[in-house]
Design a protein. Sequence first.
Lengths: 241, 119
Amino acid sequence: MARFLPPEAFGAATEAISLLPFNLERIGTSQYLVANMVGDFIRLTEDELNRLVDLRVRPGDGLFEKAYAAHLITGTNQKGQRQLLAARLRSRMSFLQQTTPLHIFVVTLRCEHSCPYCQVSRQSTDRSRFDMSEATAMRALDIAFASPAARIKIEFQGGEPLLNFPMIKDDCRRREGAVRQEGRLRHRVKPGALGRCRSRKANNILLSTLETSRRLSLSHSGDWELGCSSLVLSDAPKRTG
Amino acid sequence: MRHMLQAAKDFAPSPVEVAVDFDLSVQSLSALDAAAYRLIGTATCRVDRVGDRYVCRLTPSANPQKGAVLSSDDLKERFLNLVADENLRARVAEKTDGVRNVILALAFGSLAATQNDAG
């Protein structure tokens, strides 16, 4: 009568194993967080970690399976895990293969609000010290447009970027024409404050901008309806993202 | 006569200082540096070479960024744990440097274009 072989017969105990690269961080008394090259992590005790580093693990002991599944060890002659880690690493770091399409211009550090949730440093006065100069803006635009990226997005931030709106308009006007044919330019203004506490002047700027420009979008943090309600728009802009 | 290094003259620790020494033949300076870096905000660490030993002088921060001021024993234990962890990281790096380079080459190097052909 045919019988199944014992469990040991199905293991890979005879194959040499080797470590894959990983990092470790102590998270408590005798406890470690161990992460592989692509950030998958498991928790190990100090004893388990030492056994792992010394390769004192064998199929069936629990730790082997745990470490193998987390890509911390592999069979010395296996290629699959190395290729899998490489593929995941390549996907994760794919942004390195192209220069960034996003360029953030902090056109001013001034802001007339003190919103409690805002982490950005704020200055109230001295336009000459805390606004981006025209020379800096032109140089920054040159750098942005030197990018070979298929699409370029320029984001104006602050402070409250609308306090330096003439520069934003100037930047858009001067450069948009030059690259319009390439069709790769998008502008985005990121107001520093929620619409609720934005000044009437800033609201008016936003209103006119949204009505006249198809190349300028509004990036909005906080509640969209709340922000739109204070824009005093008859028809709130459609949310696109 | 060989003079002792200037930095090593004040060997006796001050009352608030903890001194830990290591045999430089078995302990790397880079691991001590890394452990000292991780102590920032909790304590300062000065590493001096005295003869065949590294002497690490630990001084608890008066206003630690996190938690209470550590006692001498706790500070010493924390530092020794950090050094042990750094030594372990060095061991892992030494054992895995080769395969790390293979994986990086597969991901980003000239092998990346041909890896589908690999068996």
